[in-house]
Write a protein of this length. Structure first.
Length: 56
């Protein structure tokens, strides 16, 4: 995985927390970790689908 993908996933989690803070939502540290893990999971699924598409 490229470092840029890591940076984009972390940046999107930070932006989500900033937007949530602006709207008065409760923010907890485990939500940040959950957002990052979901981002990596989605990226892995996209990579798997690209590999399957390139084989056919």
């Amino acid at each position: 995985m490229k470092i840029s993908i890591w940076m984009v996933i972390l940046l999107s989690a930070i932006v989500a927390f900033i937007i949530g803070g602006l709207h008065g939502q409760p923010l907890h540290w485990y939500l940040f970790i959950l957002i990052v893990i979901v981002g990596f999971f989605i990226h892995i699924i996209i990579l798997i689908l690209k590999v399957k598409d390139e084989r056919s």
